[in-house]
Ligand binder design. Structure first.
Ligand SMILES: [Mg+2]
Length: 258
């Protein structure tokens, strides 16, 4: 599912290159990541995701604010337990798989992503366990909808359980296409209506979580990137939609860089 579209664009002025190279050397010494150079286009994305306080802070911030907003919605709408729920993506939303990116992009290991996923090497993203536990305590269903292939169903549920991440159901991509571009909307609708492949009763979804714009109902990268960033197209974010940062990969890789 993490097939990459080559990005390979690193446009740095010579002076910026020098200063980044210096920073890079320091970072390598500090973290032991002396496996590559700044010419690797994935280096800084992977490093930021794995070794930045900013990444940790953003995840904590998003999950904390979302919890408060959901609490307010449950009270305002007088919702009872099991009448409502939330939908979350898995990879780089609830599970941090950046170990694979580090091994693949920086160390040059050839292990497939699916093989990595079956070996339970992923860890929870910052703040997600506390957040999910709070939602579960409030009576909301935890629905994971991911484009991991359905062949990874058992491995994915095992990994989530081992990492202490509660869930009520996990709906993967039954077509096993192995790409993040599979349309999640039919599964979103199924969860809301309580129809197959959802195994739960109909529920009101109060919030959606993802690291890809296509983790949200009705949103597609091709259309959204053309929208005014300050226009109505993004109005649901911070209200009903909550997005986490992923500079390592995503539907954005197919966009034009201009
Ligand atoms: Mg994801």
């Amino acid at each position: 599912m993490l097939k990459k579209i080559a990005v390979g664009i690193l446009l740095l002025s010579s002076s910026v290159s020098i200063s980044l190279a210096a920073t890079n050397t320091a970072a390598e010494t500090a973290s032991g990541h002396a496996k590559t150079t700044a010419t690797n286009p994935e280096y800084y994305a992977d490093m930021w995701y794995r070794d930045s306080a900013e990444r940790n802070a953003i995840y904590r911030e998003v999950y904390l604010l979302a919890e408060q907003i959901i609490k307010q919605k449950v009270a305002a709408q007088n919702l009872k337990p099991k009448q409502w729920g939330i939908v979350l993506d898995i990879d780089e939303t609830a599970l941090d798989n950046s170990e694979w990116n580090y091994q693949h992009d920086i160390q040059g290991k050839q292990q497939s992503w699916n093989n990595f996923a079956t070996r339970s090497q992923s860890i929870p993203t910052p703040g997600v366990k506390k957040f999910i536990n709070a939602i579960h305590q409030m009576g909301g269903y935890i629905n994971f909808i991911s484009n991991r292939p359905a062949t990874l169903q058992a491995a994915t549920e095992k990994d989530l359980k081992e990492q202490g991440i509660y869930f009520d159901q996990v709906l993967l991509d039954a077509t096993n296409q192995g790409t993040s571009f599979v349309d999640k909307n039919p599964r979103f609708t199924a969860v809301i209506n309580g129809q197959s492949p959802s195994k739960l009763p109909a529920q009101k979804i109060l919030a959606w979580f993802g690291d890809n714009i296509q983790d949200f109902p009705g949103l597609y990268q091709k259309q959204m990137i053309k929208q005014n960033a300050n226009g109505n197209a993004y109005n649901d974010f911070g209200v009903n939609f909550f997005i986490l940062p992923n500079p390592m990969y995503g539907s954005w890789e197919a966009n034009q860089f201009n």
